[in-house]
Design a protein around this ligand. Structure first.
Ligand code: ADP
Length: 204
C-alpha cells in the first residue's frame, strides 16, 4: 500500500486530479467529504457543534450551515480551533477505518487522499508521498468565481492558506493544472506510473 497526500490551493483542481487518479485505478479518499459526513445531523459531532455554536448555524433541514460556519471560522481563530477539535479527530478516525479496509482487500493499493489542509494541519508525516496541484492565482480566482464564489471571498480563502509556492517546494510531485484537462491527465499518468514503481514503495 502507498498513501499519497494530494493537496493544493482552493480551486487549483484537486478534485479533478483525484478523479483522474481514480480512473487510473487508485483508491481515493476525500477529506472534505469526510468532514461533511462526520457532522451529519444527529451524530455526536453534530450535537457538539450545535452545543458549541448554537442553532443559528443550522439550515432548515438541520444540516450545518457550512457557509455561515466558514465565515465564523475565517473571522476568528478561537472558533476555528473549537470547530477543528470537534471535526478533525473524527475525520482522522474515519480515514483510518477506510484505509485499513482498503489495505485488507488490496495490499498493493495506491490510496490518494485529497486533503486540502495537508500542510497547514501538519499531515505530511502521515502520508508516504505528497502531490501538490498548482495553478496560477488568476486561474484559481477564475475557477472559484465560475463556481459561484465572489472575488473577495475567493481571495480571502486563498490568503488563509499557506502560499501555494511553499507547498510546491517540498512536494514529491507537482501537477501543473493551468492548462487543458488533457495536459493535466498526462501529468497524472506520469505520477501514477512512478508511484507504481517499486522504488517508491521502499523496496530495494
Ligand atoms: P479543488 O478541488 O482544488 O477546489 P476542482 O477540482 O473542484 O478544484 O476544480 C475547480 C473548478 O475548475 C471545477 O469546476 C473544475 O471542473 C475546473 N477545472 C479543474 N481543472 C481544470 C482544467 N485543467 N481546465 C479547466 N477547468 C478545470
Amino acid at each position: 500500500m502507498i498513501v499519497v497526500g494530494l493537496t493544493g490551493g482552493v480551486g487549483t483542481g484537486k478534485s479533478t486530479v483525484a478523479g483522474m487518479f481514480r480512473e487510473l485505478g487508485a483508491y481515493t479518499v476525500d477529506w472534505d467529504e469526510l468532514a461533511r459526513d462526520v457532522v451529519r445531523p444527529d451524530t455526536e459531532a453534530w450535537q457538539e457543534v450545535v452545543e458549541c455554536f448554537g442553532e443559528d448555524f443550522l439550515n432548515e433541514d438541520l444540516t450545518l450551515n457550512r457557509q455561515k460556519l466558514a465565515e465564523a471560522v475565517f473571522a476568528d481563530d478561537e472558533i476555528r480551533g473549537r470547530l477543528n477539535r470537534i471535526v478533525h479527530p473524527r475525520v482522522v478516525k474515519e480515514d483510518q477505518r477506510i484505509t485499513e479496509e482498503i489495505s485488507s482487500r488490496d495490499a498493493d493499493a495506491i490510496i490518494v487522499k485529497d486533503i486540502p489542509l495537508l500542510y497547514e494541519a501538519d499531515l505530511t508525516i502521515v502520508v508516504d508521498k505528497t502531490v501538490v496541484v498548482r495553478a496560477s492565482e488568476q486561474t484559481q480566482l477564475r475557477r472559484l468565481q465560475e463556481r459561484g464564489m465572489n472575488p473577495a471571498d475567493a481571495r480571502r480563502r486563498m490568503r488563509s492558506q499557506l502560499p501555494l509556492e511553499e507547498k510546491v517546494k517540498t512536494a514529491d510531485f507537482v501537477i501543473d493544472n493551468d492548462g487543458s484537462p488533457e495536459e493535466t491527465r498526462r501529468q497524472v499518468e506520469r505520477v501514477y506510473s512512478s508511484l507504481r514503481r517499486p522504488v517508491h514503495r521502499g523496496q530495494p
